[in-house]
Design a protein around this ligand. Structure first.
Ligand code: SAM
Ligand code: MG
Length: 224
């Protein structure tokens, strides 16, 4: 089993149950043209996030890490007309490309892209009373995962779901002495979530065109 097979299986799933979306294909092409790294969610993972948003009956969604807007578009497709998704992005040029793709997808009235370091924009959102968010997707610099999780929890309600992407690090999540700040961010996240009485959580390993990866999912089940 290797990347070629995982990609072929992913393509099969995309061509059957996931389905294609012209606006998402265009967003992916624009992201590539703009020189963004190929680190957006694969389509079947994007659809998974969309289903989660639907199951949540989500009206407010928080995302940390916009890139070209792919995961934001996937999730916002689950929102009702009055629903809102706020996505936080550090890179202004990426945010511009994402906004164009979001507008082309017909979601400009539902998605707000905020530029800045998320450690600065998250407290602003909290002060504004932007929550509670029914779903949060944390997918930016993994070093800051613990702080992002704390902010997501701060702006959650009982019943909210928080997903943290890319927690496997090619298996290096096992390396307690790693000098990779992203690995340490993911490890601190797991230690913190394990000790957090307000959530029930699990982490899943995945394989697809992005190779070996995974995500953590937490359900907020006590008054946050
Ligand atoms: C993995 S990509 C996001 C992919 C996107 N969620 C998707 O799946 O389509 C991570 C993004 O986080 C952004 N980022 C990195 N550090 C950040 C920070 N401190 N605050 C906000 N965004 C940050 C990067 O510029 C990049 O666009
Ligand atoms: Mg990711």
């Amino acid at each position: 089993m290797d990347k070629q097979q995982w990609t072929a299986v992913e393509d099969y799933f995309v061509s059957t149950v996931v389905g294609r979306d012209e606006a998402l294909d265009a967003a992916a092409a624009d992201a590539q043209r703009a020189g963004m790294p190929a680190i957006a969610v694969p389509p079947n993972h994007g659809k998974f996030l969309q289903l989660l948003a639907l199951m949540q009956g989500a009206q407010r969604i928080l995302e940390v890490g916009t890139l070209g807007g792919l995961s934001a578009i996937w999730m916002a497709r689950a929102l009702p007309d009055n629903g809102r998704l706020v996505t936080l992005e550090y890179n202004e040029a990426y945010a511009d490309v994402a906004r164009t793709s979001i507008a082309r997808a017909g979601l400009a009235d539902r998605i707000e892209v905020r530029v800045g370091a998320a450690l600065e924009t998250l407290p602003v959102l909290a002060r504004e009373g932007a929550g509670p968010f029914d779903l949060a997707f944390l997918d930016a610099d993994k070093e800051n995962n613990p702080a992002y999780f704390e902010w997501a929890l701060e702006m959650a309600r009982p019943g909210s779901v928080i997903v943290v992407d890319n927690v496997v690090r090619g298996g290096r999540v096992l390396e307690a002495d790693s000098d990779d700040a992203m690995v340490q961010g993911v490890r601190r996240l797991h230690t913190m979530v394990a000790a957090e009485p307000r959530v029930r959580a699990t982490s899943l390993q995945t394989v697809d065109s992005k190779e070996y990866d995974g995500f953590l999912m937490a359900y907020v089940d006590k008054s946050a």
